[in-house]
Write a protein that binds this ligand. Structure first.
Ligand SMILES: C=C1C[C@]23C[C@@]1(O)CC[C@H]2[C@@]12CC[C@H](O)[C@@](C)(C(=O)O1)[C@H]2[C@@H]3C(=O)O
Ligand SMILES: O=C(O)CCC(=O)C(=O)O
Ligand SMILES: [Fe+2]
Length: 321
């Protein structure tokens, strides 16, 4: 069931769509504005090769269509990275979703997949896009170039790929009568949360379900656009910008009739990387330092010990009010 009394505003109202083929300074300004107001935007004309995208989508569909025993045979190398069904994380969260989750620098796990070369190509392409967006972000903020992208570029960067499949409701609910309008088929596919890493680059098929929380605390439904990528600010980018950017709360609902497929690349730094507000983002008068400095390894340990909907960043505030 979907809990919470938050109102849903019109689909896509206020969701910025940024055309990356426009003039660079314009794009960087738009990115900064979107990260400050919502922490979420879509990019179009992003330059990612369509064949790479289509192959990734088709091979993911083929994977999830396999019998359960075959999918479950994709073994965890390192919990919670694996094929998962309903259980999200290790702390009791669940949703109407099955997924593949793996570290992008873990070739041993990927080699278990029949489509590992497609996955490798896709990861390279979205990593490049994430780097480009982070460089534009640095330009727009007038902080040193590559301030953010260098963190996700190193070989030991701790990035993650997640492929989510939200099956039609009858597959989960043992044949609910889809023609009976009194039965609400809306379910939580992936409960509300923020993404802990720096930046997330997500693409879905043409089926909706993603919602983001705006500054008034209302859920905004994101209309699906398979030709676009959705980008959201993660917790670490909120910290590095000293709270100027918003790590957006979001969730995915399932509406019953069609399968939704989403693929999210979570761009993270190396585990030992020190994360704190950039000096240019802190001034004694107007922008006092809001967060302590911590390593991604420490933050990740904390994040992964909590529930999906928990606010993790509060624990790293310099002064708690
Ligand atoms: C309940 C959890 C699942 C999650 C780890 C956590 O303890 C809290 C954050 C969750 C999240 C959200 C974004 C990504 O989907 C994810 C892979 C991540 O890095 O943090 C998941 C984690 C997960 O599914 O294990
Ligand atoms: O499927 C979606 O659209 C959202 C998934 C998500 O938020 C996640 O995997 O962290
Ligand atoms: Fe997410």
């Amino acid at each position: 069931m979907v809990k919470g009394s938050q109102k849903i505003v019109a689909v896509d109202q206020d969701i910025p769509i940024i055309d990356m083929s426009l003039e660079r300074s314009q794009v960087s300004m738009q990115i900064v504005k979107a990260c400050e107001t919502l922490g979420f935007f879509k990019v179009i004309n992003h330059g990612v090769d369509q064949t790479t995208i289509s192959r990734m989508e088709q091979e993911s569909i083929n994977f999830f269509a396999k019998p359960a025993h075959e999918k479950k045979s994709v073994r965890p190398v390192n919990q919670p990275f694996r094929y998962g069904f309903r259980d999200i994380g290790l702390n009791g969260d669940s949703g109407e979703v099955e997924y593949l989750l793996f570290h992008t620098n873990d070739p041993a796990f990927r080699s278990q997949l029949s489509f590992s070369s497609t996955v490798n190509c896709y990861i390279e392409a979205v990593k490049q896009l994430a780097r480009e967006i982070l460089d534009l972000t640095a330009e727009g903020l007038h902080v040193p170039p590559h301030s953010f992208s260098r963190l996700i570029s190193s070989v030991d960067s701790d990035s993650v790929l997640r492929v989510n499949h939200y099956p039609p409701s009858d597959q989960f609910f043992g044949g609910a009568n889809l023609s009976d309008k009194s039965v609400s088929l809306t379910r939580v596919g992936f409960g509300e949360h923020t993404d802990p890493q720096i930046l997330t680059v997500l693409r879905s098929n043409g089926v909706g379900g993603l919602q983001v929380s705006n500054s008034d605390g209302m859920w905004v439904s994101v209309s699906p656009d398979p030709s676009a990528f959705c980008v959201n600010v993660g917790d670490l980018l909120q910290v590095m910008t000293n709270g100027r950017f918003i790590s957006v709360r979001h969730r995915a609902l399932t509406y019953g009739e069609e399968s939704r497929l989403s693929t999210a690349y979570f761009a993270g730094p190396p585990l030992q990387a020190k994360i704190g507000p950039l000096s240019a983002m802190v001034t004694m008068m107007n922008q006092p330092r809001l967060y302590q400095t911590f390593t991604w390894g420490d933050y990740k340990k904390l994040a992964y010990s909590l529930r999906l909907e928990d606010s993790r960043l509060d624990m790293f505030r310099t002064c708690k009010d």
